[in-house]
Design a protein around this ligand. Structure first.
Ligand code: 4AD
Ligand code: MG
Length: 468
């Protein structure tokens, strides 16, 4: 085969230098035609769009053409020509075709179109080759780039926090343990407790649920930082919005108060959504057409409108009023209890009809590090609630007073020996500061319109599921 430099399809489709010899490589989506001419739709992952390869059957042997079936991988040399057919502007008149690998018609699982998303989850190693997952993961890449660009351009430093940790940031006891001990032969002390002194780290450690505590160390020295990495939660909830391994973005800013934190959260999300609308147009339009007709309208709405800010207490009053007026919720609404997803979605989708930021939650249902309000009952927490998703961001202003913080940690059962280094930030040059965590896959759900969080991360980890 003649050596011609490869053009990726996303670039090729923009070219107008008709008559040039070109090479493309990719996977066959479909092949159709008659005994004189064949049309191969070839995709290389660079775009949702295929390039059409026009094959003059007389120029090729049966041996070459027979293995060109859905899923086969090809290299094609040919001439770039203007397309007469509709749906594309350019196509390739094939001169030479090399088949790298065949895909057996009987056994290739993506032979037929229209598989369910549930079935595709079982073949997550191959689902990347479908239009849907190509689109989702190009958008995912773009969202990662948007996030880094947003913070970098505003003077934030990307800070790497550890994945293996000895502290439980959220204090919710949802941590996966990390050990090299022989689980069949555990050394225990006289009280029957496991002795970790001979374990790898000489103590009990786990996978992190959040990089926040270490992020605060960085913010109170570098000023403005963000983390962007995997986090792990052993929460046994099989919902369309929870993963055991998910990615979180956590900005942390010295001298920011809760108001600044809310402004940052809104501006940051709007920036990411705008990026998706502007830079992922083909993929978003495809996903909208396939799964969610209102997607683009919803994205534009979020970009153009302020998020509604109100207190938890005001939110509870609205929910109680709704119940009085006959609205039925599955879970009860009482001041002091955490809001369920149905409550959050009522506020966002039915009452305010826009994203909502709820602040000043009861201290009992929030983490030990949140700044206490003067009322003695609430803390400077903020949750950003989104249509269809519920909570997309959780954050707060942090308690900067050493005594108050130490007292809350103790009351909530967070041992001093685990967080003495964290408390030190309040002993030496303490400052007001705030931050939040955005669940990356929750953002992905919103931007793609997909319904299940398992469909926006390449290889989901959920209870009883760790394949691939
Ligand atoms: O509200 P969370 O638990 O807050 C924290 O971890 C703080 N330390 C963040 C901070 O202030 N720096 O989690 C933050 C976000 C949630 O709003 C949600 O979007 C996402 O992380 N999240 C999950 N996403 C997928 N699967 C799970 N199991 C998730 N748990 C939380
Ligand atoms: Mg939360």
């Amino acid at each position: 085969m003649e050596k011609i430099e490869r053009t990726i399809i996303v670039d090729l489709l923009k070219r107008t230098d008709y008559g040039q010899k070109v090479n493309v490589k990719g996977w066959v989506r479909t092949r159709r035609g008659n005994k004189n001419v064949n049309f191969i739709a070839l995709n290389d992952g660079s775009t949702i769009n295929n390039v059409q390869i026009v094959v003059d059957v007389a120029k090729f042997s049966d041996e070459t053409l027979k293995p060109i079936t859905t899923g086969a991988s090809l290299s094609v040399n040919g001439t770039l020509v203007q397309s007469m057919g509709k749906g594309q502007t350019v196509e390739i008149q094939a001169d030479e075709i090399l088949v790298y690998g065949t895909a057996d018609v009987e056994t290739y699982p993506l032979q037929k179109k229209g598989h369910t998303l549930e079935y595709l989850r079982e073949i997550a190693h191959l689902r990347l080759r479908t239009n849907t997952f190509g689109a989702v993961f190009r958008v995912r890449h773009n969202m990662a780039m948007a996030i880094h660009t947003y913070f970098h351009e505003r003077g934030y430093f990307y800070f790497h926090t550890p994945l293996i940790t000895g502290s439980d940031c959220e204090g919710a006891g949802q941590m996966f343990q990390v050990t090299t001990k022989n689980l069949y032969n555990l050394k225990k002390d006289d009280a029957g407790k496991i002795d970790y002194s001979d374990d790898f780290f000489g103590k009990s450690v786990s996978l992190t649920v959040s990089g926040q505590l270490e992020g605060e160390l960085a913010a109170t020295s570098l000023g403005k930082i963000y983390t962007f990495g995997p986090t792990f939660r052993a929460e046994n909830s099989n919902t369309p919005r929870h993963l055991a391994e998910f990615w979180m973005i956590e900005p942390e800013v010295a001298f920011n108060e809760l108001e600044d934190n809310m402004t940052l959260a809104q501006d940051f999300i709007q920036y990411c959504v705008r990026w998706a609308l502007e830079k992922c147009t083909d993929d978003i339009e495809f996903l909208a057409k396939m799964y969610d007709n209102d997607l683009i309208e919803r994205l534009k709405f979020v970009v153009d409108n302020d998020f509604k800010r109100l207190t938890y207490t005001e939110g509870i009053e609205i929910l109680k009023e709704a119940i009085k007026n006959g609205h039925k919720f599955e879970f009860p609404v009482d001041w002091g209890t955490d809001l369920q997803s149905e409550h959050e979605r009522y506020l966002v989708e039915e009452y305010f009809k826009r994203p909502v930021i709820l602040i000043d939650y009861p201290k009992e249902i929030k983490s030990f590090y949140m700044k206490q309000n003067d009322d003695g009952k609430t803390v400077r927490a903020m949750d950003v609630l989104f249509p269809k998703i519920g909570e997309i961001i959780g954050g707060s202003e942090r308690e900067e007073n050493y005594d108050k913080l130490a007292e809350r940690a103790k009351a909530m059962g967070v041992p001093d020996k685990d967080i003495w280094w964290y408390l030190d930030t309040r002993r030496f040059g303490t400052v007001p500061h705030s931050g939040f965590g955005l669940g990356f896959e929750r953002l992905m759900l919103f931007v793609t319109g997909m319904q299940n969080i398992r469909d926006v991360i390449p290889f989901p980890r959920t209870p009883n599921n760790c394949e691939f």
